[in-house]
Ligand binder design. Structure first.
Ligand code: KIV
Ligand code: ZN
Length: 523
C-alpha cells in the first residue's frame, strides 16, 4: 500500500497493490454462461425463442466462452431454441443440458450443440429421495452417459449434482471414473448454496489433486456467497466459472457474471475473454427481457454502482474518483457512468459542479437558495433527480434575473373542495403598492391564475398563451414543473417556468415571473 510519504501522483491502485497473490495474476479463466438455462429457471422468468436468441447474441458480444442455451429434452420449443442458437454461427461454444439419459443426450445431439452438459445427483439426499438409485447405479449411469456423448464426437461436461453435499470419497470416485470415460471437463455444483469460501477452497483442492481434466464450478447464492465461493474455487484451481447475467437462477440465483469477472480482473489480476465495457449494456438487456429488475445497489451494474451523494464522498470524488471508488474498477471499464447525486446529503461543491456542467452558473445567493430547496425536499423524503435539480435551478436563477420586480408576490391562499367553488386570494406588491385580489375558477390553479391576472389588470391586459404542468418525478409528492407563456395586447409574448411541490404555487410563481419579464419588456 502507498506509504504516507507518497506524492499524490504516485498513488495508483491495481490488483497487485491490493495484495493479489502472484500465482493468480495473469491466470486465464473461462466463462461458462448459464443465463439461458439456470437463469431461465428463475421463478417468473420465461423467455421466448426470439428473446433467447437476442440474449445469446449479446453474450457473444460480451465474450463468454460457453453459452448454455437450454435443456433440449424439456420441450420441443426448447429444443428448437437451442438448435437455432447452435446454428447461428456464434463464437462461443453452445452447450445443451442433459440428464445422464440417452434420450436427453439425443435431444442435445438433435439440437446441434457443440457440447453436452450431463448431470446426475450424487449426494445421498438427492440420490435416495429424487432419482432413487444406489451409488453404484449412479456411477454406472454417469460413465455410460459420458461414453454416449463422446460417441457422438461432442465435448462433454459432467456435473455431480449436489456435489458439495456428497461424500468426498464417493465424489472423487465419480469424477475420476468420468475422466477415464472421456469427459472433457467436470463441474462442481454447489446446488443448494451451502458452501463457504474456506470449505470451497478445500473441496476444489482435493478434487484438483486427483482429477487432471479442467474443473468448473457452479455456485448458487442461497446465503449470498455464490461469487465468494466461485472465487475461492478459482483460488484452489478451478479454471472455469459458471455464472449468469444479473445473478439470475434458481431461488437466490447463481454467481453473477459481472461481479465474478470484475473481481477476477481487478482484485486477482486474472484474465477472461469478457469485454467488460458491455457488462452494463448486457445486464440491462437481460433485465428488459426477463422483467427481473436490477437492484440499484447491485455491484458493478446497478444504478448506484458509481453514484455518490454524501458531501464528503462527492467532494472527494470530484477531486479524484478513487478516493471513494475502488480505483481498480472505473465506470468506463464496465460501460457505466459516474453520477454525482444531488440529494439531501449533497454538498454545495457537488451541486455547483452538477449545475455548471449543465450550463447553469448560479451566483452565491442563488446557490444558497437552490441548496435550501434541495434540503427541504430531501427532508421530506423525496429523491431528487437531475430533472428536479435543473427545474429548481431554472426557477431560482430565472427569478434572480428580474432584479427589479414590478410584481412582488407576497401571499397566495386557495380554497377548494367538492362543496365550494375554487377560490384564490393573492396578495402582492405591484409597483410599490400592496394589492389583494381574489377570483374563482374551475380549479385552484385556474382561480389563482385569474387572481394574479386581475391584480395587474391596471398595468396590462394579458392572456395566457401557453400553460403546461409536468410532474417531473413520479409519486404524489412529485415536483410540478409549470411552463407558462403570456401575451399582452401588443402581441409581446414571454414565457417562464417554475418548479415546486405545490402545483398552485408553481403556477403562480411561473405566471408572476412571466409577468415581470413582460412588464420589463414593455418598459
Ligand atoms: O445447480 C445445479 O446443480 C445445476 C446442475 C444442473 C449443474 O444447475
Ligand atoms: Zn444450478
Amino acid at each position: 500500500m502507498a506509504s504516507q510519504k507518497t506524492s499524490k501522483e504516485e498513488i495508483t491502485f491495481s490488483a497487485e497493490v491490493y495484495g493479489a497473490e502472484p500465482e493468480f495474476v495473469g491466470r486465464e479463466v473461462s466463462v461458462f454462461d448459464t443465463t439461458l438455462r439456470d437463469g431461465e429457471q428463475t421463478p417468473g422468468v420465461s423467455l421466448t425463442i426470439g428473446e433467447k436468441f437476442i440474449i445469446a447474441r449479446q453474450l457473444e458480444k460480451l465474450g463468454v466462452d460457453v453459452i448454455e442455451a437450454g435443456f433440449p429434452r424439456s420441450s420441443p420449443g426448447e429444443k428448437q431454441t437451442v438448435k437455432k442458437i447452435a446454428n447461428a454461427g456464434l463464437d462461443p461454444q453452445v452447450c445443451g443440458l442433459a440428464r445422464v439419459l440417452k434420450p436427453d443426450i439425443d435431444a442435445c445431439v438433435d439440437a446441434d450443440v457443440d457440447m453436452v452438459h450431463i448431470f446426475v445427483s450424487t449426494s445421498d439426499i438427492q440420490r435416495l429421495y429424487t432419482i432413487k438409485k444406489s451409488r453404484e447405479e449412479v456411477l454406472e449411469m454417469a460413465v455410460d452417459a459420458v461414453h454416449y456423448v463422446k460417441e457422438h464426437g461432442l465435448r462433454c461436461m459432467f456435473s455431480a449434482m449436489d456435489a458439495t453435499r456428497t461424500d468426498l470419497e464417493y465424489l472423487v470416485k465419480v469424477y475420476t471414473a468420468v475422466e477415464e470415460a472421456g469427459a472433457d471437463i467436470i463441474n462442481v455444483p454447489d446446488t443448494v448454496g451451502i458452501m463457504t469460501p474456506a470449505r470451497m477452497r478445500r473441496l476444489i483442492e482435493a478434487i484438483v489433486e486427483r482429477v487432471s481434466i479442467p474443473v468448473d464450478v457452479h455456485c448458487h447464492n442461497d446465503f449470498g456467497l455464490a461469487v465468494a465461493n466461485t472465487l475461492a474455487a478459482f483460488e484452489a484451481g478451478a479454471s472455469e466459472v459458471q455464472v449468469t447475467i444479473n445473478g439470475l437462477g434458481e431461488r437466490g440465483g447463481n454467481a453473477d457474471l459481472a461481479e465474478t469477472v470484475m473481481s477476477l480482473h481487478c482484485l486477482y489480476g486474472a484474465k477472461t475473454n469478457i469485454r467488460t465495457q458491455f457488462l452494463v449494456e448486457t445486464a440491462r438487456l437481460v433485465e428488459r427481457h426477463t422483467g427481473i429488475p436490477i437492484c440499484p445497489t447491485r455491484p458493478v451494474v446497478g444504478d448506484n454502482a458509481f453514484a455518490h451523494e454524501s458531501g464528503i464522498h462527492t467532494a472527494g470524488v470530484i477531486e479524484r474518483s478513487d478516493t471513494f471508488e475502488p480505483g481498480v474498477m472505473t465506470p468506463e471499464m464496465v460501460g457505466h457512468v459516474r453520477r454525482i447525486v444531488v440529494g439531501k446529503h449533497a454538498g454545495r461543491h457537488a451541486v455547483n459542479k452538477a449545475l455548471v456542467e449543465a450550463g447553469y452558473f448560479p451566483d452565491d445567493s442563488q446557490l444558497t437558495e437552490i441548496m435550501s430547496r434541495i434540503k427541504e425536499l430531501g427532508d421530506k423524503g423525496k429523491r431528487i433527480t437531475d430533472a428536479d435539480l435543473f427545474a429548481i435551478a431554472d426557477s431560482v436563477i430565472g427569478a434572480g434575473e428580474e432584479e427589479e420586480r414590478v410584481v412582488d408576490l407576497k401571499e397566495v391562499t386557495v380554497m377548494t373542495g367538492n362543496l365550494i367553488t375554487p377560490t384564490a386570494v393573492v396578495k402582492a406588491v405591484v409597483g410599490g403598492i400592496e394589492r389583494t385580489k381574489s377570483d374563482t375558477g374551475v380549479g385552484p390553479v385556474d382561480a389563482a391564475v385569474k387572481a394574479v391576472q386581475s391584480m395587474i389588470g391596471e398595468e396590462t391586459n394579458i392572456k395566457i398563451h401557453d400553460f403546461r404542468i409536468e410532474a417531473i418525478t413520479g409519486g404524489s409528492d412529485a415536483l410540478a414543473d409549470v411552463i407558462i407563456g403570456v401575451e399582452d395586447e401588443n402581441g409581446h409574448i414571454v414565457s417562464a417556468r417554475a418548479a415546486r411541490e405545490d402545483i398552485v404555487m408553481a403556477s403562480v410563481d411561473a405566471l408572476v415571473s412571466a409577468l415581470n419579464r413582460l412588464l420589463k419588456k414593455q418598459a
